[in-house]
Design a protein around this ligand. Structure first.
Ligand SMILES: NC(=O)c1ccc[n+]([C@@H]2O[C@H](COP(=O)([O-])OP(=O)(O)OC[C@H]3O[C@@H](n4cnc5c(N)ncnc54)[C@H](OP(=O)(O)O)[C@@H]3O)[C@@H](O)[C@H]2O)c1
Length: 325
């Protein structure tokens, strides 16, 4: 079977990642609860039973509570750390008093963030650390110093980025001895700028998409794993109640359900399989906390392998709401 960019680097990463932003209750400083730990246990169990051993976090998710409940859930489960691939992110800071919400890639902040992440997760190391969103004040030499220290101390094994364009990645990479291994971006069957940017080359309509030009090709050339956040489009095509949606969404949802019935699979597997059919070997980071949705997502691996060009284009064209140019 074709390997993903992470697998080519010897990182035991699965085709699908469980995103943990939904764990830990509410976005506030209320203490975590036993029920939230149980919810994390159920999600982790469903993931591992389905063959997903890779988990995505960020220091900010639920103000740190997502990592806390995940760490506590693992304590109650004797999983061997080496069998899991754990990734987290840093670089976003919330507003505090007079200080605005901001991004911070300073060495001091990166180092202290990783200490906080490891302590909340109850772990000795992270497999991958991502910089969450580009900081306009980034000093690449300073980031390189922080990464070197984290690698030397054994706290982080690999580094990556999120929401960055190709030039930002090239700039940072210039100062790093090790390759950036991941770029995590919003990509799904609804948010299709990542395809439109390439399909509408030299057309006015192609300039109106927010996906950075040539980023997909850059990541493919440099063997950078593209991870898709919001890959289920929040359930838009797979079951969430809809009202006031455009005709293209309704038609796409209908097609997703028809294909799911024909292929005897779930709507989630069609939506994710469509993303994974792309030759970049995109890794969806699924954000559901529901064990049944986690289980029904993994059939996407089979669906991606079997999806024909015609089926893939039918879904793409339905989502575009107009034929290919
Ligand atoms: N790098 C970044 O900047 C960034 C930004 C956002 C997220 N992320 C990562 O990406 C992961 C996924 O992102 P996401 O959670 O925004 O997107 P997602 O996977 O597209 O959607 C998951 C959300 O949609 C809901 N959902 C899914 N199917 C549904 C259905 N049929 N009916 C009702 N609700 C449904 C889920 O609720 P249930 O839990 O009830 O299933 C959950 O709240 C996150 O966990 C996080 O790890 C990264």
């Amino acid at each position: 079977m074709k390997q993903t960019p992470l697998q080519k680097r010897g990182i035991a990463a699965d085709r699908i990642v469980l995103g943990c932003m939904g764990l830990g209750g509410t976005w506030d400083n209320s203490p975590e609860t036993n029920e939230q730990v149980l919810e994390a246990e159920r999600a982790i169990d469903a993931a591992l039973e389905s063959g997903i051993r890779m988990f995505d976090h960020a220091d900010i998710y639920k103000m740190g509570k997502a990592e806390i409940v995940f760490g506590q859930a693992l304590k109650n489960r004797p999983y061997i750390r080496e069998q899991l691939v754990i990734q987290s992110k840093c670089g976003i800071r919330f507003a505090e008093g007079e200080m605005p919400g901001r991004y911070d890639f300073s060495k001091e902040h990166i180092l202290s963030s990783v200490d906080g992440i490891l302590s909340r997760l109850g772990m000795e190391y992270l497999d991958i650390l991502l910089l969450h969103r580009p900081d306009p004040l980034m000093e690449p030499e300073e980031v390189a110093e922080a990464f070197a220290k984290l690698k030397e101390s054994g706290k982080v094994r690999h580094f990556g980025v999120s929401n960055m364009n190709a030039s930002q990645i090239k700039l940072l990479q210039h100062y790093l001895p090790d390759p950036l291994v991941v770029n995590q971006l919003q990509m799904n069957l609804h948010h299709i700028g990542w395809l439109e940017e390439g399909v509408l080359v030299n057309q006015q309509a192609g300039t109106s998409f927010s996906f950075p030009e040539s980023l997909l090709a850059h990541c493919q050339l440099e063997n950078i794993q593209i991870q898709a956040w919001a890959p289920l489009a929040g359930g838009l095509y797979s079951g969430r109640e809809l009202s006031g949606q455009p005709e293209s969404v309704l038609q796409t949802k209908k097609l997703v359900h028809r294909m799911a019935a024909e292929k005897e699979t779930s709507a989630e597997a069609i939506v994710l399989g469509w993303l994974m059919r792309h030759p970049a070997m995109i890794q969806p980071v699924i954000g559901t906390t529901k064990p049944e949705r986690i289980r029904s997502s993994v059939d996407a691996i089979r669906i991606a392998e079997q999806m024909t060009r015609e089926e893939w284009y039918s879904l793409y064209v339905a989502s575009r709401g107009r034929k290919m140019p």
